[in-house]
Design a protein around this ligand. Sequence first.
Ligand code: F6R
Length: 584
Amino acid sequence: MCGIIGCTGRCEAAEVLTKGLRRLEYRGYDSAGVAVVDGDSMAIVKRAGRVDSIEPYVRALRGSTGIAHTRWATHGKVTDENAHPHASCDGRIAVVHNGIIENYRELREELEARGHRFRSDTDSEVIAHMLEDALRSFEDPLQALLAVCRELRGSYAFLAAGPALGDALLAARKDSPLVVGLAKGAVYASSDVYAFIEWTDDAYFLENGSVAVLRPGEVRAALLDGTPLEVRPVKVAFEMSEPDAGAYAHHTFREIMEQPEVVARALAPRPEVDEAARAISEASQVFAVGAGTSYHAALVARYVFADVAGLDVQPVLASEHGLFLRWMGPGSVVLAISQSGETADVLEAVRAAKSRGARIISVVNVPHSSLEREGDLSVNVRAGPEVGVAATKSFTAQLATLSMIALRMAGRPLPDPERARRLVSEALRLEPAARELGNRLKGSDDLYLVGRGVHYPLALEGALKVKELAYVHAEGLAAGELKHGTLAMIEDGTPVVLINPGDDTHSDTASNGEEMKARGAFIIGISDVESDLYDVHLRIPEARGVELPIVEAIPLQLLAYHLALARGAEIDRPRNLAKSVTVK
Ligand code: F6R
């Protein structure tokens, strides 16, 4: 995954790079590093750990040209040596890379045979050594860059800087995002506009499969076959997120608490929703593609579209899209659901479907993301910046947006945003109860979450939140499936969250709850209906139709948050994860 940023020209590299890295940490936070060029010398500071761990050293660096990286390890352990930037043997060029170089073993062997010495176990280091050689063979850095890229297989977005390039930066991208920011006398480049938006809002999104040489006031870009590209920047608008969690202890908690506003905003009618509804009603087949939480939104969409519009929407796990490609042809519509709009599996599915003639409707949160730009039509879910790694408010915003599309398609009235705001606010009042429950369950090794119908994907989503935030094994189950095996796991005191609102699933799910209770389960009921079945009742407000899954998500998120808090887990950045998963 990883995030990269670079700058050159009229700017303080140390400041731009540290601020940028903070904004890129959502892409990975195993290690961080910076290279700053000052005339004929280059300083590299890098370390396993967060940006905080290098910041004091970086602040001391002088220079206006530099590159930086925040890592999510793919090749090589999390060590100082494997942190980026990686330098060439002569120390005159350094590289930061996001992606995976698939043929790095062959390239490394060739380079070592030619005398290059490697210092890391990463795939990325080959690029620095290849550039060192290429810059000796080609006078024009653009040609050197092209020669290197033609040898690389895999996915990459990389930046290079160093005394060998003076005040120039080299940039290249294939299947990983890279955007250039143009300002008076300075140029920036990063995985994400968000990293340099403080300095400029003129952005040039590098085309997939292209390279560029960036100099203050000048950008030369070309396709990988050498065809020159015209550089046309666009104005980008971007909501800046709070740099800290404000009055809340964690970003994740703030984002959970923001949901009354978020849901109301997502439910506001907008032309893109109508356009999406029209496109779907004309489609021969509709797919909803996503990963993780966004896949759970796709599963909810299946129930919602069936219920309100009588339409069969096929949910597709992005990483498993291969099976479905044969049906993603002309006439079909793919709803591509993603918070970040950068998830590699989703982008791969979308590109494959698009090349077969399917129409892509992206349902994204991050503006200007790859998915938003690559879709035929884009509907933003309007959750605002989500900093916590666990998706919370983006999930409810996805549910609200997808429900609107379904209701519009069926010509049915849209939910009242003010009523939804009130319902979500009421559900958030369960926070003290969730805190108590978190403390009570903190010693549990397993948690089961059970639901039926549209509440089944909510059980899956609740389990995912518990796993990633609290590191507790959790399993989401369709209530009817219990007796087909998992019931064997239930014993005295096993905690079970029963998603059991008073709709047409109520009595069957309650019966399944009784079956578990008879075997000793400790039942936590999420319901608007009183019942002595529940050992603990998280009473949600009475919601109906498409409102229900949105309201149910709230106690599930609160429970996962408080379980994590009680167990002392790191909440905003769970171990081993990253906010944006840009590798397959
Ligand atoms: C879970 C979570 C992940 C993401 C998944 C897809 O809380 O955040 O499971 O949902 O990585 O990410 P997006 O939605 O950005 O495509």
